[in-house]
Design a protein around this ligand. Structure first.
Ligand code: ZN
Length: 144
C-alpha cells in the first residue's frame, strides 16, 4: 500500500472516530441488542440491529474503546445498513479476511471498511476492529 492511500485511510478512520455515524442506542423493542467486550484493550460495545423481512433496516451502536474499535463500529453500521442478512454475513466474513491480510472476494462490496486493510500488520488490533462486526454477526444469527 502506498503512503498516500495509507494516509487517506487514516483520515477516514479519524473522521469516523470523531463523528461516528449511527451512534447512540434506541429504546425500541424492534431492535435486538448484543453486548461484547475486548478485555485485552478495554473496548466495550453495544450494537443494536433492527431486522425486518431479512433486511437490516437499522444499526445503532454505543460504547467505549480505542479509536480503531469506535471508528470501526461507525463504518460497520454504514456498510451493513440496508443489506440483507445474507449479504451482511458475506461482507462480515470478507471483512475478517481483509483485516487478517487474507484474500477477499472482490465481488463483495466492503464499502469504507477497506480502510482497515493495514490492520493485518498489527495483530493485537484485529480484535478491536472486528468487535462490533462480531456483535452484528451474533445479532443476525440469534435472530434467525
Ligand atoms: Zn481497542
Amino acid at each position: 500500500m502506498n503512503n498516500n492511500l495509507e494516509q487517506l485511510y487514516r483520515q477516514v478512520i479519524m473522521e469516523h472516530y470523531k463523528n461516528p455515524k449511527n451512534k447512540g442506542l434506541i429504546n425500541d423493542e424492534g431492535y435486538y441488542t448484543v453486548h461484547l467486550n475486548n478485555p485485552s484493550c478495554g473496548d466495550d460495545v453495544n450494537v443494536q440491529v433492527k431486522i425486518v423481512d431479512d433486511v437490516i433496516v437499522d444499526i445503532k451502536h454505543s460504547g467505549i474503546g480505542c479509536s480503531m474499535c469506535c471508528s470501526s463500529a461507525s463504518i460497520m453500521s454504514e456498510t451493513l445498513k440496508g443489506k440483507t442478512t445474507k449479504e451482511a454475513l458475506e461482507i462480515i466474513d470478507n471483512f475478517y479476511e481483509l483485516v487478517k491480510g487474507e484474500k477477499v472476494n472482490d465481488k463483495v462490496d466492503l464499502g469504507e471498511s477497506v480502510v482497515y486493510t493495514g490492520v493485518s500488520k498489527f495483530p493485537a488490533r484485529i480484535k478491536c476492529v472486528t468487535l462490533s462486526w462480531k456483535a452484528v454477526e451474533k445479532g443476525i444469527n440469534d435472530k434467525k
